[in-house]
Design a binder for this molecule. Structure first.
Ligand code: HEM
Ligand code: HEM
Length: 186
């Protein structure tokens, strides 16, 4: 049962949520397998619509997340629901991890491109050939950022699946207003 005056998220929070969820899912589905290795072997990513779309959607996720964080600081209070202490703690933990991953997945992708000298290619023909500030940074040699990015991409999708299953459990079993609060039409 909602205990705050609001029982649904404001429309902008709902729009941010579903746009981001759709972009993460599409970026994952379009994530062409082994394209990091193909770029190593000389593939120009601009010649592949799936790579260009993957990178564009990922950059969109990053930009939406930054704007959304500004909105979280300004928006009306979000709805709050009565639930067991452990359930509320797990939900906070999962939301926190999702927020972190929505930033870390694109950032590690930029580290991968910059440190390996591959271009960033976006829809509309936008292209950044080199990112010397990344290539020359102390972070560049610290990890195989392509591997880290792929792993974090898998983790965000699995975590989002768990989070979606929890939302459906709230709706079907607990019959509280949690899913309705974030539903596109509120
Ligand atoms: C939330 C958004 C994103 C998700 C869920 C995601 C997911 C993934 C996954 C799962 C892979 C591994 C594919 C495979 O080899 O099987 C991958 C690879 C890659 N992604 Fe993303 N990605 C996202 C955003 C981005 C962005 C913003 C960029 C570029 C700026 C990008 C560039 C790349 C590159 C270059 C690789 C190949 C890495 C390598 O093997 O060296 N991705 N992505
Ligand atoms: C990549 C996919 C997803 C990501 C990254 C994601 C991320 C998030 C985040 C960060 C929040 C907190 C939002 C805020 O305070 O404004 C949230 C809330 C919520 N999400 Fe998702 N989400 C995803 C997919 C889904 C799906 C598929 C569903 C439902 C089937 C769902 C249902 C909900 C609900 C009901 C809430 C409100 C929960 C509450 O107030 O305790 N999400 N999500």
């Amino acid at each position: 049962m909602a205990v705050s005056p609001r029982s649904v998220y404001d429309p902008l929070s709902r729009a941010f949520h579903w746009l981001t969820a759709a972009a993460v899912l599409a970026a994952f589905v379009l994530g062409p397998e082994h394209f990091g290795r193909q770029m190593h072997d000389g593939l120009d990513p601009a010649t592949r619509w799936d790579i260009v779309t993957h990178e564009s959607l990922g950059v969109l996720v990053f930009v939406l997340t930054l704007l959304r964080l500004v909105w979280v600081a300004l928006r009306p209070a979000r709805p709050r629901f009565e639930m067991a202490g452990w359930m509320s703690a797990v939900s906070h933990l999962v939301h926190g991890l999702l927020w972190l991953l929505m930033l870390a997945v694109p950032v590690t992708a930029m580290l991968a491109l910059g440190s390996e000298g591959h271009p960033l290619t976006l829809l509309g023909g936008l292209r950044v050939n080199e990112m010397p500030f990344i290539a020359q940074s102390a972070l560049a040699p610290m990890a195989d950022w392509g591997e880290v990015h792929g792993l974090l991409g898998d983790i965000i999708l699995n975590l989002a699946g768990l989070h979606a299953a929890a939302a459906i459990y709230h709706h079907l079993v607990l019959k509280d207003g949690v899913l309705r609060a974030m539903a596109p039409r509120g």
